[in-house]
Write a protein that binds this ligand. Structure first.
Ligand code: ADP
Length: 819
């Protein structure tokens, strides 16, 4: 291996040397020196021997370089004294003594400034460069010891003696040689800088000392370290030192290699990721999606800002937005998170309509929209007045109770209009699941807030009038208790922090004006009922219906059918006929529908026949509405023993029902049919027991009672019936049957009985009486205790009906049974 590793400056101002090949020494514009004819790597014996070396030779002091025997060393020469040494050497034997200076910066060294061991070298090639410096290549011949300087003027000259390595070898040297060679091979293998040829040169080095020198020359070591190796004359020792150094070098190289691979693999991973990401971007932009995601995120962000969320809600929403940024768009989780943010941002957290608590206006609107309902309107206005006086009062919730079609919803709408609030109506009929009200946790795709929050979003205001329809129809089953969830919604004490499971942050419902409606109060859970102020609306009388139709329903339907008031006129008699023969209801919903049907028919006729106007009369009704739908219920009833007209109170208002009893030979058993509920069955049992136990009092032979089986049936068997108020009618039917005395079908009765024969008060009197009136009854037997309800009954009804108030069953039977 050529001595390229040590590119040396002999002078500070020297230039780099060029050496083309280790041994074939040719060059352009150079003075070619004939190489030494002798073999270079044979020292001691056949190399330059001690005798062939002149005892006195020109001495070339060098800085920062140590030349080893048997190696090539390039040098730059710039000092005049040194140039003179070269000239001299060229002129004579071409052999010089190369000795390192102890201090590189000593300009004119004396013996003391030099190491005492150097190398005798042969000049191989010399270049004279343009700037006056000279480059030489020397070949080391042997170690020399400097004895003394024989000349110091002009140039240095010294007396020297040579040190050749002994030829004899031992096992230790052999082993060391092997180790050094092995380590050197490792270095060559691991180092990128050492050319592969070095292996050949290394193998061609024959002697152990030569090997040590070769390796030492090629290691990057400090001057001092190299000089120490040069001065180590003992071969074994030199090999040991070289070995230690080269093994250190192997370790360094190994470490370097390891670091390199680590760095490399790290870079590889980063590059791979980068590459894939770039590819993904390219694919997305090819598909036109490049900015879709960023777009979505920034739009959501804008929505959040716009929604003016309260702090807690905003924190939660922003957390979700941050999460969204890290979820792949194709993942289902992305849409879950996105939906949530959309929901949050679209709720009217800060949107409300201005409060207009103006009682006068409210009164005007209520009166304008509704006929009658005086006490209802009064109570509503009282309620509003309190709210106006104390806006933050946490008063009870209003609940309108009454049969369908009596104006509960339309009252709610009027109140909303009067207060300038938006209106929401939500039916609770068939709500069994708590989650309907409170929502589902947003763990699954498609989960949503509960209906309360959904409606609030739909209406876009946080202080609407919220009508909860049919609270009595709310169910309860294994899916939780919606009533208790509803309580949270309604309860003013806790609805300012209503927690929908989906939103997971409280929404303030305290600005909402809740009104509940119910057909029937019985099924409403007590806790809910307790928080509500009940306003009862009952069915209308014929006259009320007539007025409602004339003032509200007809004008509205005429308008809705694109007609003018003067184009269509309804006779009062015709309206009454519609009410009596085409509808049977407590409210006016069907009446409204029938009026609409008439308007439809007449609108068609007016268009077809180009009539200017049209009049609805009793006679024309069959043309508009077909044959009459309802006969008076009692009209076809003839008095038969065992048949009695009872009065019932149902969710759709009052009703009359016929109780039929019959007997057959048997053993005193009672059979009941007609979908009777438990309470009704029990009251029938009680009636039967009274008959059996007190038969003689009623003029019945107890033997006959026991000789028969009895069957009581209540027609319209498909409709479930329940309640204790049929007791009186059941008893009357049995006594009528057994005494063979009839009861006038136009006589209705209602009342609970005790086994001791007392008649107890019942509810729903007004609805029952109105129904009886509709059905054309002329006499009604009521419990004495219900006399207090009489004032509720409109005069027009009261004057058509005879009321009998009974304290005991004897009084009932006396009034009911014919002679
Ligand atoms: P509910 O909610 O009690 O079932 P609605 O409010 O739907 O009944 O009333 C049915 C229809 O009857 C509505 O068009 C309503 O305007 C009308 N109506 C009911 N009562 C009155 C009334 N007293 N005056 C005017 N219209 C009425």
């Amino acid at each position: 291996m050529s001595k390229l590793d040590d590119e040396l400056d002999i002078d500070a101002d020297s230039e780099t040397l060029e050496v083309e090949s280790p041994l074939g020494i040719e060059g352009d514009g150079s003075i070619s020196l004939t190489p030494s004819p002798k073999k270079k790597n044979k020292q001691g014996k056949s190399g330059e021997s001690a005798t062939s070396l002149p005892p006195v030779m020109a001495l070339l002091p060098v800085r920062d370089v140590v030349a080893f025997p048997n190696t090539l060393t390039p040098l730059n020469i710039s000092r005049e004294k040194s140039k003179r040494v070269l000239d001299l050497a060229l002129a004579e034997s071409r052999i010089i003594a190369l000795v390192a200076q102890r201090q590189p910066d000593t300009e004119d060294p004396t013996l003391d400034d030099l190491y005492r061991i150097g190398t005798a070298c042969r000049l191989l090639k010399l270049y004279k460069l343009e700037d006056g410096t000279q480059s030489v290549i020397v070949h080391g011949i042997a170690r020399i010891g400097i004895e003394e300087l024989t000349r110091e003027k002009d140039h240095l000259e010294a007396r020297v003696h040579a040190h050749f390595d002994p030829v004899k070898q031992d096992k230790v040297i052999e082993a060391l040689t092997h180790s050094v060679r092995h380590a050197a091979h490792q270095v060559i293998e691991m180092s990128d800088e050492v050319p592969e040829d070095a292996r050949i040169v290394l193998d061609s080095v024959g002697t152990p000392g030569g090997l040590a020198d070769f390796v030492a020359a090629n290691l990057s070591l400090s001057l001092v370290h190299k000089q120490e190796l040069l001065e180590t004359l003992d071969v074994a020792e030199r090999l040991r030192k070289v070995h230690a150094t080269i093994v250190g070098q192997v370790e360094v190289l190994e470490l370097a290699k390891k670091l390199h691979t680590e760095v490399r693999s790290k870079i590889d991973q980063t590059q791979r990721d980068y590459y894939l990401r770039e590819q993904l971007k390219a694919i997305q932009s090819e598909l036109g999606h490049s900015d879709a995601r960023g777009d979505t995120l920034s739009k959501l962000e804008a929505k959040i800002v716009e929604a003016k969320l309260p702090e807690e809600a905003e924190t939660e929403t922003r957390r979700e937005l941050d999460r969204l940024a890290n979820i792949p768009q194709a993942s289902p989780e992305f849409s879950v998170a996105q939906d949530y943010i959309e929901w949050m941002a679209s709720l009217p957290w800060a949107v409300s309509t201005p409060r207009e608590d103006n009682i006068k206006k409210a009164e005007k609107i209520l009166n304008h929209d509704h006929y009658g309902l005086e006490h209802v309107k009064t109570r509503i206005l009282e309620y509003l007045a309190v709210r106006q006086l104390k806006p933050d009062s946490k008063g009870p919730i209003l609940c309108f109770a009454g049969p369908p079609g009596v104006g509960k919803t339309s009252l709610g709408k009027s109140i909303a209009r009067a207060l300038g609030r938006k209106f929401i109506r939500m039916s609770l009929g068939g709500v069994h699941d708590e989650a309907d009200i409170r929502g589902h946790r947003r763990t699954y795709i498609g989960s949503m807030p509960g209906r309360v929050i959904q409606e609030i979003r739909k209406v876009g205001s946080n202080n609407p009038l919220f009508m909860l329809d049919e609270v009595d129809k709310i169910g309860q089953d294994f899916r939780g208790d919606p009533a208790s969830a509803l309580l949270e919604v309604l309860d003013p004490a806790q609805n300012d922090t209503f927690l929908d499971r989906y939103l997971d942050v409280p929404f303030d419902l305290s600005g909402v004006f809740f009104i509940a409606t119910a057909n029937y109060l019985d099924p409403i859970p007590y806790a809910l009922l307790d928080r509500m102020e009940i306003i009862e609306l009952s069915g209308y009388t014929l006259r009320e219906k007539l007025n409602i139709a004339k003032r509200h329903l007809i004008p509205r339907q005429i308008e809705e059918h694109g007609l003018l008031p003067k184009q269509l006129k309804f006779d009062d008699k015709a309206i009454e006929r519609i009410i009596a023969s085409y509808t049977r209801e407590a409210g006016v919903r069907n009446l409204d529908r029938q009026i609409a049907a008439v308007c439809r028919a007449r609108a068609a006729a007016i268009v077809r026949k180009q009539r200017r106007s049209s009049r609805v009369t009793v006679r024309s009704l069959t043309r508009d509405l077909g044959p009459i739908e309802y006969e008076p219920q009692t009209a076809d009833q003839t008095a038969v023993p065992g048949v009695v007209t009872g009065l019932a109170y149902t969710p759709s208002g009052g009703e009359i029902l016929f109780i039929e009893a019959t007997k057959m030979p048997g053993g005193g058993n009672l059979n009941l049919t007609g979908q009777l509920g438990g309470v009704m069955r029990e009251s029938t049992q009680a009636a039967f027991s009274i008959v059996r136990s007190q038969a003689e009092r009623f003029g019945i032979d107890p033997e006959i009672v026991l000789a028969h089986d009895y069957h009581i049936h209540v027609p319209a068997g498909a409709i479930p019936k329940d309640g204790p108020s049929a007791g009186v009618a059941m008893l009357t039917a049995l006594v009528s049957l057994l005494t063979d005395r009839t009861v006038d079908p136009a006589t209705g009765m209602t009342g609970e009985i005790t086994l001791r024969g007392r008649v107890l008060a019942i509810g729903g009197v007004k609805e029952k009486v109105l129904a009886a009136h509709r059905a054309g009854l002329r006499m009604i037997i009521l419990p004495e205790k219900n006399r207090r309800d009489l004032p509720d009954i409109p005069d027009e009804v009261r004057k058509d009906i005879d009321f009998v108030f009974a304290r005991t069953i004897d009084q009932v039977l006396k009034a009911a049974l014919s002679d």
